[in-house]
Write a protein that binds this ligand. Structure first.
Ligand code: HEC
Ligand code: HEC
Ligand code: HEC
Ligand code: HEC
Ligand code: HEC
Length: 428
């Protein structure tokens, strides 16, 4: 077997990308790796049936076919030319990048395994280690499969235990980017995790602990024996239900979003008509091991919707944070998120132009944010009010979706992450 460890680095897109922008990560191969060196996932699936069926509906399997990504890629090719594809392919179609097929013109010209996205064999032939404060990744396509278990003796192919496969640093290969092209790495999902309470000297909860553990998303360390690591690779993306994943994947995304946060409303219980009613909504990141939301700033959208009703008549007195008939969220809502800015400091939703983030109020793991609301009670109103507060998520803003697709697209699915009812506010 060819050892693709450190010798001389060939310049492929992953190296250009990471060496320039992510000095903590180095990828070392001594030659380009043809796509055929990797076994198609369907062959692994003949024995690893359960894992295969979970992975098949995952976004890893379609990270390069994903219609939202493809539409965005199309927009970029129009603006920057076809060669710019190599920036994106590095993570979305890593076999193409390793084979040097990254600046291709036609999707069809890519071999199938490379076109799909991230397959079994790519992931199970990676090893890595730490050097000079950074992470070094090695790629060893071949007979031996790297896995999380020690002393496995019943496999029909050689297996090698790799502690690295159990580490968050493994996922950092692709999940530590904010899709940035210029400037510093300002902290992707891995960096957010690295400096969080989930990465302490005495206790570490890895990406795998939460995202691949048997009960799907746990909020604590797993039992020692890994019975089965789930391969659903789904956490939040419910985009266009039915177009990505299966109903199971969709419900895992919803479940994981619901475990991520909870909200509360606080305000006094008695007030006079005509007065200003001040109340606070708190949002607590209880379950995400990184900022809430993580992923792509400018795309992912979390916001609060508020309704104040008359408790008896159910008449709507006030609302904020509704989605209109065109799928656009009320701009006066309290949003939780961040935006990309380009090199001129302008807000952009073009990931290839991103040079930094602004308007960042994402919530770190374990922390709580407070939002202040004030409602002027009508002079002639007397009675009892109730406040309904809802925390909502969707994986892309409607105007982004409208822009990347030419035809009138469906509305993006909205997931209710949590709600709170603040009852019994007496208006004298
Ligand atoms: C994105 C990378 C990635 C992909 C794609 C992937 N795996 Fe895994 N797999 C992992 C990691 C990481 C672990 C160890 C997880 C842990 O620590 O629990 C693992 C664990 C396993 C295990 C051992 C535990 C178990 O569940 O029995 C097997 C077998 C396995 N994977 C097979 C496969 C097969 C077959 C495919 C394709 C259908 C696949 N993997 C796709 C990363 C991946
Ligand atoms: C002929 C059946 C068969 C095929 C084909 C096969 N495997 Fe396996 N593999 C096994 C068995 C059996 C084990 C032993 C442990 C188990 O059951 O998960 C195993 C173990 C593993 C492990 C170690 C898991 C751990 O817990 O550390 C990994 C990783 C793995 N296989 C990946 C793959 C990948 C990737 C492919 C395709 C390139 C593949 N296997 C193809 C049957 C197969
Ligand atoms: C080779 C690059 C690569 C590696 C390695 C990788 N991922 Fe991913 N992952 C991606 C890409 C690209 C996407 C998004 C694809 C898309 O949305 O089009 C993704 C998506 C995901 C999602 C779905 C997010 C959602 O919105 O629901 C989860 C969960 C995830 N990855 C977890 C992991 C974990 C855990 C690991 C480590 C065990 C890992 N990934 C390793 C590239 C990678
Ligand atoms: C303590 C559990 C926990 C840990 C640790 C954790 N996550 Fe998550 N992750 C979640 C939850 C809950 C969500 C859903 C809420 C959200 O989107 O942030 C999520 C969401 C995600 C998403 C989807 C974001 C989106 O909006 O598309 C990705 C991708 C992801 N995690 C990757 C990772 C990676 C990579 C790591 C390790 C560096 C990691 N996670 C560590 C719990 C965890
Ligand atoms: C360093 C790895 C990496 C590179 C390079 C990269 N991406 Fe991504 N991309 C990801 C990951 C990881 C996700 C999933 C993010 C999440 O949900 O947290 C993602 C998700 C996306 C999504 C959201 C897809 C969805 O269904 O919601 C779009 C759009 C996207 N990428 C476009 C691009 C474009 C265009 C490029 C090239 C300019 C690019 N990406 C380059 C890693 C990368």
């Amino acid at each position: 077997m060819v050892n693709r460890h450190i010798t001389r680095s060939i310049v492929i897109s992953i190296i250009i990308f990471t060496a320039n922008y992510y000095p903590a990560i180095a990828i070392e191969i001594d030659r380009l790796i043809p796509v055929e060196d990797y076994t198609p996932s369907s062959e692994c699936g003949q024995c690893h049936r359960q894992v295969y069926s979970e992975w098949r509906g995952s976004i890893h399997n379609s990270s390069h076919l994903d219609i939202i990504y493809q539409a965005d890629l199309g927009r970029m090719v129009k603006a920057e030319g076809v060669a710019a594809k190599r920036i994106c392919v590095a993570c979305h179609a890593p076999l193409a990048a390793l084979a040097g097929l990254d600046g291709y013109a036609e999707e069809k010209s890519l071999p199938l395994e490379a076109r799909l996205g991230i397959g079994c064999d790519f992931c199970h032939t990676i090893d890595g280690n730490f050097k000079d404060g950074g992470i070094v990744y090695d790629f060893f396509p071949g007979e031996t499969k790297y896995g999380p278990s020690q002393n496995l003796s019943d496999a029909p192919h050689p297996v090698k235990y790799s502690a690295f496969q159990n580490s968050s640093e493994y996922c950092a290969l692709c999940h530590d980017t904010d899709h940035i092209l210029a400037g510093e790495n300002y902290g992707g999902t891995y960096t957010q995790w690295k400096y969080s309470k989930y990465n302490r000297v005495d206790s570490v909860t890895t990406c795998q602990d939460c995202h691949m553990s048997f009960d799907l998303i746990s909020s604590g360390p797993r039992a020692d024996s890994i019975e089965h690591s789930n391969h659903y690779f789904t956490a939040a993306n419910t985009a266009y239900p039915g177009l990505i994943g299966t109903p199971v994947h969709n419900s895992i995304a919803v479940e994981s979003l619901r475990r991520a946060a909870n909200i509360k409303v606080a305000g006094i219980k008695e007030i006079g008509s005509g007065e200003e009613y001040i109340f606070w909504v708190t949002v607590h990141n209880k379950g995400a091991g990184h900022l809430l939301p993580t992923g792509l700033p400018g795309l992912r959208q979390i916001w609060l919707s508020i309704r104040i009703l008359d408790s008896n008549t159910r008449e709507l007195l006030y609302s904020n944070g509704e989605v209109d008939s065109l799928g656009v969220v009320d701009t006066a809502s309290c949003f939780i998120g961040a935006d990309y800015v380009d090199a001129n400091g302008e807000v952009t939703d073009k990931v290839w132009e991103a040079a930094g983030v602004i308007n960042d109020n994402r919530i770190p793991p374990g922390e709580t944010s407070r939002f202040k609301y004030s409602y002027k009670i009508p002079e002639d109103y007397k009675g009892e009010m109730v406040i309904f507060a809802m925390l909502n998520y969707r994986s892309a803003k409607q105007d982004f979706i409208n822009e990347i697709f030419n035809e009138t697209p469906d509305d993006m699915a909205v997931v209710q992450m949590d709600y709170y009812i603040h009852k019994g506010i007496k208006v004298r």
